[in-house]
Design a protein around this ligand. Structure first.
Ligand code: F6P
Length: 372
């Protein structure tokens, strides 16, 4: 638990906070480890982990814990561990915080006051598009020295690749590797629904890596007739099965994305894989099966690329704090770490570039993207 800050007459110990917010993904623990290791070993600072995004700043007492490089004996394991030891939530927006009675309250000032009471000099927030927007607003309102680290399997944060994306693509590719032999054995069309929110990056990347015949992404509304043509042409060329990858928010030309309503009334994308499976089964003389990959894309061990990025992001974020460069986000571009104004990154949403090389690659391979 947190102890009061000791002021010394020598150099003031720098005290930083770190939190993870929004949906989890593989590589978050590797970032926490990297930040902690660099801050403590290189700079001699103190590092405090704030639990469950900003929720840890809203409870009495605050849920804040001093981190050390051994992490209670699991320091080394953190590099490999999925999830986040700090916890995370996508329901902890301090500007609209759900109280026990179900009403919403603006608790932002409480989070800010607690942050300052803890004597934290800076905050490193590891978040997605939504989480980093909230953190940026909070930092501005509360004069918090903030550095952002991008994470999301969706890869939808502009100007960077995000932690967790590579692992999600790997998991989806592995799923296709598993679906291909059973599709071939049973002469079936297998439809794999992947996550990605409003962007088709996971579907496009995994579809290419896993040899899909059809890849459907939200950036390109699809027409069923193009999918059936592609499957027919695969059959005519002598192959008895097909693989279709569909992003959760992909939709037909004249329809909105399909949503699932949960018990608490919230809605999320889902169901498009099943929908396509049923439609193809109706229209064509083929047997179809579909599976939604779901949260397995977020959990599990980070692959090497995410660990490397997490290590680089953690160190870079600490160096930005050391240099007093706040309101910035670290970024991964051309296999190298850099940084840019956080506002620039959160000011736009990174969708699949229809003129980009991966779309051209897919088309060059004869993969149908549902529009031709
Ligand atoms: O943003 C990450 C993500 O996994 C999306 O790809 C997906 O649409 C959503 O979160 C699922 O959210 P939840 O964890 O609330 O089900």
């Amino acid at each position: 638990m947190f102890t009061l800050r000791q002021k010394t007459h020598e150099v003031q110990v720098k005290r930083i906070g770190i939190l993870t917010c929004g949906g989890d993904c593989a590589g978050l623990n590797a970032v926490i480890r990297s930040v902690t290791q660099c801050a403590i070993l290189k700079h001699g600072w103190e590092v405090y982990g704030i639990r469950n995004g900003t929720v840890g700043l809203l409870t009495d007492p605050p849920m804040v814990e001093k981190l050390d490089v051994n992490f209670k004996g699991i320091g080394h394991a953190l590099l490999r561990m999925g999830g986040t030891i700090l916890g995370s939530t996508s329901k902890g927006n301090p500007f609209s915080y759900k109280k026990e009675d179900g009403t919403f309250e603006d608790c932002s000032q409480k989070a800010i006051d607690t942050f300052h009471k803890l004597g934290l000099d800076a905050l490193i927030a590891v978040g997605g598009d939504g989480g980093l927007k909230i953190m940026s607003q909070l930092a501005e309102q509360g004069n918090i020295n903030l550095v952002g680290i991008p994470k999301t399997i969706d890869n939808d944060i502009s100007h960077t690749e995000s932690i967790g994306f590579s692992t999600a693509v790997e998991v989806a590719t592995y799923a296709l590797d598993g679906l291909q032999p059973t599709a071939a054995s049973h002469d079936r069309v297998m439809i794999l629904e992947v996550m990605g929110r409003d962007a088709g990056h996971i579907a496009l990347n995994a579809g290419i890596a896993g040899g899909a015949d059809v890849i459907l992404i939200p950036e390109i509304p699809f027409n069923l007739k193009h999918i059936t043509h592609k499957i027919q042409s695969v059959i005519q060329k002598g192959r008895n099965f097909s693989l279709v990858v569909v992003a959760e928010s992909a939709h037909m030309e004249d329809l909105d994305p399909l949503m699932v309503t949960y018990q608490d009334g919230s809605e999320r994308y889902g169901g498009i894989g099943d929908f396509i499976s049923r439609k193809l089964n109706e229209i064509m003389n083929v047997e179809t099966r579909s599976m939604a990959l779901g949260h397995i894309q977020r959990g599990g061990q980070p692959i090497a690329n995410d660990r490397i990025m997490a290590a680089a992001f953690g160190v870079k974020a600490v160096e930005l704090v050391a240099e007093g460069k706040f309101g910035r986000m670290v970024a991964w571009q051309n296999r190298s770490v850099t940084d840019l104004p956080l506002k620039e990154a959160i000011g736009s949403y990174q969708r699949v570039d229809l003129d980009g090389s991966l779309v051209a690659t897919a088309r060059g391979l004869g993969i149908s993207l549902g529009d031709e």
